[in-house]
Design a protein around this ligand. Structure first.
Ligand SMILES: Nc1ncnc2c1ncn2[C@@H]1O[C@H](COP(=O)(O)OP(=O)(O)OP(=O)(O)O)[C@@H](O)[C@H]1O
Length: 276
C-alpha cells in the first residue's frame, strides 16, 4: 500500500540505553528508541505506539520505567517536546486496575486531577468538560464502586489526561471489555490523539489486532539471539522490531484492519513471535 504523505519532526519520547534487572535477573536489555512527531497534511494527530510481547517478557516493567515510577538500572527516558527526563506524574498512566479514589465521587476524582494543573475555577471547568466528553456527565455523583468497568476505565483515562499534559500510557486497556466497550475505547483513543498534535499514547496490550489498527508504530519486545543462535538474557526492542506503520501505509485510518496488507502484517508479527 502507498504510504500517505507524512513528515518527521521533533522527538516526543526517547528511550536511551534502558536496561533493568530484578534480583540479578536481566529483564530489559539495552532498549534504544524514539517516537518522533509525525505530521500528515490536513490532519492533526498525535502519535500512537503499540507495544507487544509475550506474557512475562517485561512489558509492565517497561511501562513503569516509561511512567517514571521505576528507575531503570541504566539509561534515560525523556518525554515531551522539550524532552525532559521523565518524573512521576509527567506521564498519565492507566494501569490494569484503575486507581480512582474510592471515597470520592467521580466528579471529585476528576476535579482533584484537574487541580494538578489548573487553578480552582479552571479546574472545575476542565473536569466538567471531561465528564461530558467521556460520556460520564450523568454519573458524576456516583462513587467508583457504583460505576461499570467500562465507565471506570473511561474515568481513569479522563483523570490521567487531566493531570498529565500530552502523554498517556495504557497498560492492557482492552482486557475485560466487551466488543462494544472496545469500540468505544478505540474512539476515545483516536479522539485523544486527534485533539492535539503533541498527544502521544502508548498502548501495551495482548490484543495485537486492535492495538496495531490504532498505532502509528509498533514495538515488539522480545528476546534476541547472538550470532551463534544462543538466546541472550533479557528482552529488547531491536531496530528490526520497531515497525513504522506510517512508512508501511498502515498508520491509523478508518477500517485499516480490514485491508489485506494489514492482515498480512499482523500475521507476519505473529509468526515473528512464534519463531522468536
Ligand atoms: N517485583 C518483582 N519481583 C521479582 N520479579 C519481578 C517483579 N516484577 C516483575 N518481575 C519479573 O519480571 C518479568 C517481567 O514481568 P512483567 O510483569 O513486566 O511482564 P509482562 O510482559 O507485563 O507480562 P504479562 O503480559 O503477563 O502481564 C517477569 O519474569 C516477572 O516475574
Amino acid at each position: 500500500m502507498t504510504p500517505l504523505p507524512h513528515s518527521y519532526h521533533q522527538p516526543l519520547l526517547t528511550l536511551e540505553n534502558i536496561s533493568h534487572s530484578i534480583n540479578n535477573d536481566l529483564i530489559l536489555r539495552d532498549i534504544n528508541l524514539q517516537v518522533l512527531n509525525v505530521t500528515r497534511p490536513n490532519m492533526q494527530q498525535g502519535q500512537v505506539v503499540g507495544v507487544y510481547g509475550r506474557s512475562g517478557i517485561g512489558k509492565s516493567v517497561l511501562c513503569r520505567i516509561m511512567a517514571g515510577l521505576l528507575r531503570p538500572g541504566s539509561g534515560t527516558v525523556r518525554v515531551g517536546d522539550t524532552q525532559q527526563p521523565v518524573t512521576p506524574g509527567a506521564v498519565g498512566f492507566v494501569q490494569q486496575r484503575y486507581p480512582l479514589f474510592q471515597h470520592r465521587t467521580l466528579a471529585d476524582n476528576l476535579l482533584l486531577a484537574a487541580q494538578c494543573r489548573h487553578h480552582p475555577e479552571a479546574a472545575r471547568q476542565h473536569a466538567a468538560a471531561y465528564l461530558d466528553r467521556f460520556g460520564l456527565a450523568a454519573h458524576g455523583r456516583k462513587y467508583p464502586a457504583q460505576l461499570s468497568g467500562g465507565q471506570r476505565q473511561r474515568a481513569a483515562i479522563a483523570q490521567q489526561l487531566l493531570c498529565a499534559e500530552h502523554f498517556l500510557l495504557l497498560d492492557e486497556p482492552f482486557s475485560g471489555l466487551d466488543v462494544a466497550m472496545i469500540d468505544e475505547l478505540r474512539k476515545i483513543i483516536v479522539e485523544v490523539t486527534t485533539a492535539d498534535e503533541l498527544n502521544t499514547v502508548v498502548i501495551v496490550s495482548h490484543d495485537l489486532v486492535t492495538t496495531t489498527a490504532l498505532a502509528d508504530c509498533l514495538w515488539l519486545l522480545s528476546p534476541e539471539r547472538d550470532a551463534r543462535g544462543q538466546l541472550l538474557p533479557g528482552a529488547t526492542i531491536s531496530p528490526r522490531h520497531q515497525y513504522n506503520l506510517a512508512d508501511l501505509g498502515l498508520a491509523w485510518h478508518p477500517h485499516v484492519e480490514a485491508e489485506p496488507e494489514f492482515v498480512r502484517f499482523v500475521e507476519g508479527i505473529k509468526e515473528e513471535i512464534r519463531v522468536g
